[in-house]
Design a protein around this ligand. Structure first.
Ligand code: CU
Length: 277
């Protein structure tokens, strides 16, 4: 028997089965497209308006970029999520068990659909474009964040169970409340005295692990006066939840005055404030 004959024979066999399976809704693809469009619009609106209420306010360009990345990635994901939800919503509503025939057996599954070259190409093409976009965006953001600026100052950060200690190299000043000058790139040199902690100055929009015996670097630029939260982002023992403190961004003059009040000599303040300039 030739391949064609065999194929026709099987087609004849499955005909009565297919006739009694789930009805194919001719309007289904169009309806799914409409629902997808509505869900996409909802997703984009949520992406545009929710972050303003969800995120802490921004005190650095890094935080601004983090929020922007969240918004852009959510918008890019919205049509994909919307399509999945639209197919699910349509199937749940259109093929639900209806009416009084509750004792009836549910309908058989529909005939399996075979691969469509167009859908497969569209699916792979869209995935590739999306993934490449996320990759390029991520690399660009990362290189912008790690770029050394000419006015950077160093701050050493040490985590321990369960507090943060900050020191300003060359000045002899050590504190548990992070004080930073405005308009400077701060190079945080982060380590730990015991277990792994996570240094997270929340409104600065950066975060890095604090590992014992290693110094890790993360930088953020202060662009707004005010206070922000400093938390530990790695669960590090019994009082992890209490391993938090406040940071404050002050003017350069206030910063120098504060260093002096902590016992730093005026020459050390001078050279520290001028470091990197
Ligand atoms: Cu910790």
């Amino acid at each position: 028997m030739s391949y064609e004959e065999k194929r026709d024979e099987i087609a004849e066999e499955v005909k009565p089965i297919v006739a009694h399976t789930m009805p194919f809704h001719k309007k289904a693809p169009a309806k799914v497209v409409y629902i997808t469009i509505v869900f996409t619009i909802i997703g984009v609106l949520l992406a545009l308006f929710l972050p303003t209420h969800m995120f802490p306010f921004s005190m650095s360009p890094e935080m601004h970029d983090a929020v922007l990345t969240f918004v852009v990635f959510t918008i890019a994901a919205a049509p994909v999520a919307a399509l999945v939800y639209a197919i699910a919503a349509y199937s749940l509503i259109a093929w639900r068990k209806k009416g009084a025939n509750n004792n009836e057996e549910p309908p058989e599954d529909g005939a399996p659909s075979h691969g469509s070259g167009l859908i497969t190409s569209l699916w792979i093409g869209t995935s590739v474009v999306l993934v490449l976009f996320l990759l390029v965006w991520g690399m660009a953001e990362l290189s912008a964040e790690t770029a050394q600026q000419s006015n950077a100052i160093q701050v050493n950060v040490t985590g321990q169970q369960w507090m943060w200690t900050f020191s300003y190299p060359g000045t002899g000043v050590t504190t548990h409340n992070l004080i930073l000058p405005e308009g400077r790139q701060i190079d945080f040199n982060v380590t730990s005295m015991d277990v792994t902690h996570g240094f997270w100055p929340v409104e600065m929009g950066v975060q890095i692990d604090a590992n014992p015996n290693v110094i890790d670097h993360i930088a953020a630029t202060t662009n707004r006066l005010g206070s922000f939260d400093v938390r530990c982002s790695q669960i590090c023992g019994l009082y992890h939840a209490y391993m938090q403190t406040k940071g404050t961004v002050v003017t350069n003059a206030q910063f120098a005055t504060w260093l002096a009040s902590q016992g730093a000599s005026s020459s050390s303040i001078q050279s520290y404030a001028l470091s990197g300039k």
